[in-house]
Design a protein around this ligand. Structure first.
Ligand code: AMP
Ligand code: MG
Length: 408
């Protein structure tokens, strides 16, 4: 059996990025998983595009206020979208609002609170009570300049990147295509949620969960439904998945007589990369290729299926979108309970998280670690990673954990 890290490396190297497409910026977060930038976008304009005021006040020449108070004549106003048509000369000031262009000649904005104004008409005077030369001015290009490289691909775009591209006047952008990921649940006993169900049947947790996972990760799930433990039916499904960019199955990859996925898929051309890894939950995991489509065969138990999705499917889906395919990164946490010595498989223990007095995480394994317990996984906030052969660990020791929030 290979290790988790070896298996992750094989998945990463076994999946190539899809091509790119150009989309409208407004559509770039249509999928909750976002899109992955495929170009190096340059700013089409500077930001700000003009020198503007950061406050409401008066645009003045600092040299005209050598001492305070000093009196200046108000010659007009500059509002956002309505610049003052003229220059500020000696002894003059222009009423100015946030975001409005600073008129030529002025070098400082005095905030309204530091000024007394006599009257409200043009040619009224103001008395400046406090000034700091150069203050409250946003210079043209202080955020970025026309022609600057804004972002470096590959990068999963979020709201702040989209705001940046919008501000740089880039209504279109080039992104990697979204992978279409076929999802197939296998098993004679499986029905979909809401379907009529016999006494010996169970409801598929994996199909909906994996679809959600694919969507969250930026892919497009393609539901192939449920297929029986029947070799011909499974082979037909392998063929059906061939217009997708990836296939994820659940169930039927263990060693029982009814575990037919590998055999059936091999007769459809599956080349197996690895089968079985030294982890718990998820030992029967299988990875291979049908033609150039990566195939991940997940075990049927829902916790195994989802932990394997988090550790392996995430890498493949990210790679298809042009990302590096990094494995989820553990963070340190202190243990909230004693742990026994670990066996020969890397263990991912379901745990709840709380905060220590110093603000760090404390991870406490939940009572039962049975891989069928989707309820227990849903109540968990993290996985404690226990390497192969890890010695017994005491409450308060530091262990690596993978927080699930936002990932699974
Ligand atoms: P298998 O990997 O096919 O041996 O299945 C292992 C366990 O997972 C069995 O108890 C199955 O009934 C269960 N199982 C298989 N597929 C699903 C599914 N889609 N949703 C929930 N449980 C499943
Ligand atoms: Mg089965």
């Amino acid at each position: 059996m290979i290790s988790v890290e070896e298996a992750q490396g094989l998945v990463r190297n076994g999946v190539q990025p899809l091509g790119t497409e150009t989309i409208a910026l407004a559509n770039s977060l249509a999928n909750p998983g976002g899109r992955v930038l495929a170009e190096t976008p340059k700013a089409r304009i500077s930001h700000p595009s003009q020198t503007v005021s950061a406050m409401d006040g008066y645009a003045v020449r600092a040299a005209d206020v050598p001492t305070v108070p000093s009196t200046l004549t108000v010659i007009g106003e500059s509002a956002a979208g309505h610049p003052f048509d003229g220059e500020v000369s000696e002894g003059q000031a222009v009423l100015i609002f946030t975001g409005a262009q600073v008129p030529p000649g002025a070098d400082t904005v005095v905030i309204q609170e530091d000024v007394d104004r006599d009257g409200a008409e043009k040619n009224d005077t103001i008395s400046v009570r406090e000034i700091e030369a150069g203050r409250h001015i946003r210079a043209k290009g202080q955020d970025f300049n026309e022609g600057d490289q804004l972002l470096i691909p590959p990068l999963r775009l979020t709201a702040r990147h989209i705001g940046l591209l919008a501000a740089a006047d880039r209504p279109w952008l080039q992104v990697h295509r979204q992978p279409r990921v076929a999802i197939l649940s296998t098993g004679d006993e499986i029905v979909l949620p809401g379907e009529p169900r016999g006494p010996a049947q169970i409801v598929s947790a994996n199909g909906p969960a994996l679809s959600a996972f694919v969507t969250q990760r930026g892919g497009i799930p393609v539901h192939l439904g449920v297929v029986k433990d029947d070799q011909d039916a499974l082979t037909a499904m392998a063929e059906a998945a061939k217009d997708c960019n990836m296939l994820i199955t659940s169930g039927g990859v263990s060693v029982g007589d009814r575990d037919l996925v590998r055999k059936a898929f091999e007769s459809a051309g599956l080349e197996v990369g690895f089968h079985k890894i030294a982890m718990r939950p998820g030992k029967p995991l299988m990875f291979g290729h049908l033609g150039d489509i990566p195939v991940l065969g997940l075990p049927g138990n829902p916790v195994s299926a989802l932990v394997c999705a988090l550790l392996f499917a995430s890498i493949a889906i990210d790679r298809l979108q042009g990302l590096h395919g990094d494995a989820p990164k553990p963070v340190p946490a202190t243990l909230g309970a004693d742990l026994a010595e670990n066996g020969k498989r890397q263990d991912y223990m379901r745990a709840v998280l709380s905060r220590n007095d110093d603000g760090g995480w404390c991870a406490t394994p939940i009572f039962m670690q049975d891989s069928s317990m989707i309820g227990a996984l849903a109540q968990s906030a993290a996985l404690i990673v226990r390497p192969m052969g890890a010695p017994a660990a005491k409450t308060g020791e530091t262990v690596p954990v993978i927080p699930l929030d936002g990932l699974l």
